[in-house]
Design a protein around this ligand. Structure first.
Ligand code: FES
Length: 162
């Protein structure tokens, strides 16, 4: 399963610079960006053009010509994890740590495995915390196993849509 990170200017430049000296560097650069981020952000066009000493139009042209290159972040699912006081008191922070350690999730840091996990403050279900919300459904009394199951199901759905 692919793990994409949120677009990062510095990381993108590193990937570009590492490959700029290759013969026919454009495609390796675009593939590397897509592999890392799941798509090629428009912000990559100028640094690629500069690194390869070509026009921006040429870079745009190549990205548009190859339909395999996506120009938008991959569509995925979002889990909103409540980290307000009542849910914290019931273990929300250890769930957040579990997500980071077990699944490499960077909370509030974009998509990985097609899943974005975002912090929210209170879902109105405090007595049954810790809580998370996905697709309008609240998942209460979450433990790490319940969260693993939710994460896996959201990642699977995102993979089917990819
Ligand atoms: S504090 Fe989490 S639902 Fe209210």
């Amino acid at each position: 399963m692919s793990v994409h990170v949120a677009w990062d200017e510095r990381l993108a430049r590193e990937l570009i610079d590492e490959r700029a000296g290759l013969e026919g560097a454009m495609l390796p650069i675009l593939h590397a960006l897509q592999k890392k981020f799941g798509y090629v952000d428009a912000r990559a066009v100028a640094p690629i053009a500069k690194a390869l000493n070509i026009s921006r139009a040429e870079v745009f042209g190549t990205i548009s010509f190859y339909h395999d290159f996506k120009r938008q972040p991959p569509m995925g699912g979002t889990i909103k994890l409540c980290r307000a006081e009542a849910c914290q008191a019931r273990g929300a922070e250890s769930l957040a740590e579990h997500l980071e350690q077990a699944h490499g999730v960077k909370i509030d840091g974009g998509y990985s495995n097609g899943v974005s996990v975002e912090t929210v403050y209170c879902l109105g279900n405090c007595a049954l915390g810790p809580n998370a919300l996905h697709d309008g459904e609240i998942f209460g009394r979450l433990d790490s196993q319940g969260l693993d199951d939710l994460y896996a199901s959201v990642a699977r759905k995102a993979g089917e849509r990819a």
